[in-house]
Design a protein around this ligand. Structure first.
Ligand code: FPP
Length: 227
């Protein structure tokens, strides 16, 4: 059977808090494990030939979570820096952080900038991890519309896609944690994406689980509206 090419994957990482509860741990522990899982899944996806992966770290709405929870997640991002950059260097991949980054503490923004700069040399390699922080798809779309209005240029479907923060058409979206919705994630870019939902909580989602999702994708008949 002809295999579907899998280039671009979106990952909605849900269920950190509920996973921690199942382990009788405070919910913050779920994020601690979650960021480790995210790092190893990005590596796994590149090993399997994925070119672009977009991880939904924090939504615009998540930014109103308690300060203790947000500070913990920011600390985790600082803690994982070396491991993350080492893994990405091994995979020869670049990173792009997307979202309303202005609302983040300066030290977090500086660390993200440092990671982007360190991995900039892999920009032409064809492997990129996008990480959404304070990200919301509607906001991304509205910003792109306003940029187009300001430029006075009419857009086409493909020029509009290129003007988005994450300028890729998704082939597959994986959402963990049991919910079956997109939650303001890449609404324009998901037009023809296959949607894969797992009941597993994000911290327990392994490379083997990702392979299962990829196998499922491979067996889908993608018609793009044709017959
Ligand atoms: C979903 O779990 C996860 C989040 C809201 C954000 C945390 C994500 C990570 C730690 C992965 C890496 C993050 C970044 C920023 C790079 P939840 O807390 O909504 O879980 P629940 O639905 O069980 O409450």
């Amino acid at each position: 059977m002809k295999e579907n090419v899998l280039r671009n994957v979106g990952l909605i990482m849900d269920g950190n808090g509920r996973w921690a509860q199942t382990q009788n741990k405070p919910r913050l522990e779920g994020h601690t494990q979650g960021i480790i899982t995210m790092t190893s899944l990005i590596a796994h996806a590149f090993d399997k030939g994925v070119e672009n992966i977009m991880c939904y770290g924090l939504s615009t709405e998540n930014m109103s979570r308690p300060t203790t929870e947000l500070s913990h997640i920011f600390d985790l991002m600082l803690d994982i820096y070396e491991k993350f950059v080492t893994m990405m260097t091994e995979k020869q991949a670049s990173v792009v952080y997307v979202g309303n980054l202005d609302v983040l503490p300066g030290i977090v923004r500086a660390s993200m900038q440092k990671a982007q700069n360190a991995l900039n040399k892999f920009k032409g390699s064809g492997r990129t991890a996008y990480i959404g922080i304070a990200y919301g798809s509607r906001n991304e779309i509205v910003n792109a519309i306003n940029t187009a209005i300001d430029s006075g240029e009419r857009v086409t479907e493909s020029s509009f896609l290129s003007s988005l923060d994450v300028p890729i058409d998704l082939d597959l979206i994986i959402r963990t944690g049991g919910e079956r919705r997109l939650s303001n994630f890449m609404l324009y870019q998901s037009s023809y994406a296959e949607l894969y939902f797992s009941d597993k909580f994000f911290p327990e989602f392994t490379g083997d689980d990702m392979d299962e999702a990829f196998d499922w994708y491979n067996n889908r008949k993608r018609r793009f509206g044709k017959i």
